[in-house]
Design a protein around this ligand. Structure first.
Ligand SMILES: Cc1cc2nc3c(=O)[nH]c(=O)nc-3n(C[C@H](O)[C@H](O)[C@H](O)COP(=O)(O)O)c2cc1C
Ligand SMILES: CC(C)CC(=O)C(=O)O
Length: 413
């Protein structure tokens, strides 16, 4: 990824990308992607939390050579940022997860794939290439055979890590999703669970048919009628594996499930837990020997009123430190600028993940849009490091931040 690439003058920031993308998505997709749970407080605060911090730049430090890279899953990642798993990317663009994978490969950035992707995990790994580590996001189903099968396939395909999502014992209440009776349109499928397909890959005829359907759908902005919400849960009339029926699993628990998952995955794949929001749970994650944690509130889509992830991060980092175990701590939610990446690292995160901006990139221009999204954040992060007087990622620490308190006073951390 080079700073020398020409700019897209229509779109110079992620905020502009968000606006452009909004016009390119049909209403159902836009609402599904952009909404938070309930009144959206946590969704908004995830982003606002970054405004409470300011950077304390150091000068006269020779920043002519900056190394933005970090190691993750044995891979040299261009910047300390990856693409978070988000479901159903073919809603945004006909190339969906394949476009994201190609952009990640080009940028040297790790990709998280949702279990509920509209492209199979095998096809996505093929597009990422051998060198590139994949992370498969997991929802552990009550039917263990299905999850076992998925894990075995991920291992075989060469994924280096799984991330178990733990903030969805039940699905958060997303009112627009309910109002729109949102469900995956018929021409798309949850590609990892499609029982009719035997090799889980998609033929070129199928791809063409999907592309035509996506175009048609975008024009017509159809409302979906199958599937309904009974007030607390979605009900799928077909009995197939759908995200409404299978993603939430209220029985998940530390003792039974984490140990089981480690047995299934180690040593080929690391086991991460995504959705930690407190120091107490970070300590439990250490006790249960997971390989890393992601501080996340699911992009404000689950428990509205939960702390912004940046506000939860310090207690998680402190808790992990208190355990004297080197367990990496990542964070996602509300990251929209390279300076946000810098601030999260200064508060103790080892790495960050971005969700919606990639979907907006996809909606804008498919792979080209994701290329642009990753480039904007990469360029901003590099510039931020240089202007803050930092040449290596591991130099970024608390001393580079000040906090603006409610009363407007500035305090050093
Ligand atoms: C449309 C959408 C779908 C998502 N699907 C998943 C998913 O399948 N599994 C998961 O663990 N997280 C999912 N997430 C949450 C993201 O992985 C990530 O935690 C969140 O998007 C980060 O916040 P951000 O969008 O503000 O960057 C989804 C988020 C969005 C917006
Ligand atoms: C499979 C779903 C539950 C997708 C998801 O995590 C989300 O919509 O936030």
């Amino acid at each position: 990824m080079s700073n020398g690439q020409p700019h897209d003058l229509e779109c110079l920031t992620i905020d502009q990308l968000e606006k452009i993308a909004a016009d390119r998505m049909d209403k159902q997709t836009r609402d599904y992607y952009n909404e938070g749970a309930d009144s959206g407080t946590t969704l908004a605060e995830n982003k606002l939390a970054y405004q409470k911090y300011r950077i304390r730049p150091r000068v006269l430090r020779d920043v002519s050579k900056i190394d933005t890279s970090v190691d993750i899953f044995g891979f040299k990642n261009t910047i300390p940022m990856g693409v978070a798993p988000t479901a159903m990317q073919r809603l945004a663009h006909q190339d969906g997860e394949l476009a994201t994978a190609r952009a990640c490969r080009k940028a040297g950035i790790v990709m998280g794939l949702s279990s509920f992707s509209t492209t199979s995990l095998e096809d996505v790994k093929g597009a990422l290439g051998e060198e590139h580590p994949g992370l498969l996001q997991l929802y552990l189903f009550e039917d263990r055979e299905e999850s076992k099968n998925l894990i075995a396939r991920a291992k075989k395909a060469g994924y280096k890590a799984v991330a178990l999502t733990v903030d969805t014992p039940m699905l958060g209440r997303r009112n627009l999703e309910i109002k729109n009776q949102f469900k995956l349109p018929r021409h798309l499928k949850s590609a990892n669970f499609d029982r009719e397909g035997n090799n889980h890959s998609t033929t070129s005829e199928e791809k063409e048919a999907e592309a035509n359907e996506t175009r048609k759908r975008t024009q017509e902005q159809q409302a979906s009628r199958a599937g309904y919400h009974d007030g607390s849960q979605w009900v799928s009339p077909t009995g197939r594996i759908t995200f409404h029926s299978h993603a939430p699993n209220p029985t998940l628990n530390w003792e039974r499930d984490i140990d089981w998952l480690k047995q299934q995955c180690h040593p080929e794949m690391e086991v991460w837990v995504k959705g930690i929001a407190t120091g107490e749970d970070a300590i439990l994650a250490c006790h249960h020997g997971v390989d890393g944690i992601i501080v996340s509130n699911h992009g404000g889509r689950q428990l509205n009123g939960a702390l912004a992830t940046l506000d939860a991060l310090p207690e998680v980092v402190d808790a992990v430190k208190s355990m004297n175990r080197k367990m990496p701590v990542h964070v996602d939610g509300g990251i929209r600028h390279g300076t946000d990446v810098f601030k999260a690292l200064a508060l103790g995160a080892d790495f960050v993940w971005i969700g919606r901006p990639v979907l907006w990139g996809l909606a804008y221009k498919g792979q080209e849009g994701v290329d642009l999204c990753l480039k904007l954040l990469n360029d901003e992060f590099r510039l931020c490091m240089g202007l803050a007087g930092v040449t290596r990622v591991d130099e970024i620490g608390k001393e580079y931040l000040a906090k603006i308190n409610r009363d407007g006073f500035v305090s050093k951390l």
